[in-house]
Design a protein around this ligand. Structure first.
Ligand code: FUC
Length: 326
């Protein structure tokens, strides 16, 4: 089975075995069906792509500086794939694999991947599980990971959202409950301590029109054509205030997100025009905003960040919940 589709009155959700990708989220609205996430028309396009549309990336989401880290006194050098760094698990990461769909019902789909990195040098034989559950207008995903040797575990789902269903996200309003952000060097690696967002274009706590963030003349925004940064979440947890909310004022559609992860990487989609075979044809730059619930980037090399270490006998888990109002 290469895919499975979940349905409720409010949403239709398609998950692909290749990359365990959330390939489609369709809202059933009064105006008809609207695609809320970016996806690929075919798995051939997905295999050729480099934007990780909806994929489950890992073992470590985001970047590991220089592809190097030390675990229990042993230095590991793993394959790199992004300006000298390892991005989203490297060239042979979870998202490049065909996962096995182990359970498929009307309201949930579970996938499993046994992964090791014979050529890339990553430690451990890992077993990853992912379950998407659809309940009405809520879509929850749970990731689990175990290992037989001390390793790094910080996988995440990499969906790009566009509540308008087409065009860019410029007129959509993003709220992120984070009073600190990680500023980055010119290869995307966080530098220094988390920075207070007050007085910067990265203060998203009261909601910001994404077009304004794209047009910002802040050096951190210019460098990535908008936002490609990890926000240190104030609101962590699966209840209470959502950590983030995206709203499309024109249609009234909204997405709220809760997570148990400590940060949210926001990527406003510079370069997406390279995806020529999206669900509905070619995408344009900023066709979606990636909202990635994960640990801090490069935590493997930063003892001051929450640890991504995983030992045999332990189970990593990560849960994220979406609620769509359409
Ligand atoms: C996000 C970004 C990266 C990269 C990738 C496709 O996770 O942090 O910069 O472009 O998506």
């Amino acid at each position: 089975m290469d895919r499975h589709t979940l349905t409720s009155d409010q949403l239709t959700v398609e998950v692909r075995a290749l990359g365990a990708a959330l390939n489609r989220v369709v809202a059933h609205t009064a105006d008809g069906d609207v695609d809320l996430v970016l996806g690929h028309a075919s798995d051939a396009d997905r295999a050729a792509g480099k934007f990780y549309l909806g994929e489950l990336v890992g073992p470590t989401a985001n970047r590991i500086a220089g592809g190097r880290f030390t675990l229990e006194g042993v230095e590991h050098v793993i394959a790199t794939n992004d300006r000298g760094n390892t991005l989203h698990g490297g060239p042979h990461g979870f998202s490049t694999k065909e996962w096995t769909i182990t359970e498929a019902t009307d309201d949930h789909v579970s996938l499993r991947l046994a992964w090791s990195d014979a050529t890339g040098g990553h430690p451990g034989n890992l077993v990853v599980g992912l379950t998407y559950t659809l309940t009405g207008a809520e879509l929850t995903h749970v990731i689990t990971l175990t290992t037989d040797a001390t390793t790094l575990a910080s996988p995440c789902s990499h969906p790009y959202v566009n509540l308008a269903g087409s065009g860019t996200i410029a007129d959509q309003v993003l709220t992120v409950r984070a009073s600190r952000v990680l500023f980055i060097d010119d290869t995307g690696i966080p530098q220094g301590d988390p920075v207070d967002v007050v007085g910067t274009p990265f203060d998203l706590r009261a909601g910001v029109r994404l077009g304004d963030a794209l047009a910002s003349d802040h050096p951190q925004a210019i460098a990535v054509e908008g936002i490609d940064h990890a926000f240190v979440l104030d609101a962590v947890g699966l209840d209470g205030e959502p950590c983030a909310e995206l709203a499309d004022p024109a249609s009234g559609r909204r997405l709220e997100i809760w997570t148990d992860q400590p940060s949210l990487q926001v990527f406003t989609g510079a370069g997406l025009h390279e995806v020529s075979a999206g669900l509905a044809g070619p995408y344009v730059d900023h066709a979606g905003v990636a909202l990635e619930t994960q640990n801090y980037p490069n935590a493997a090399n930063r003892p001051d960040y929450p640890s991504t270490l995983l030992r045999p006998g332990e189970t990593f888990t990560s849960t994220t919940r979406w609620r769509v109002t359409a």
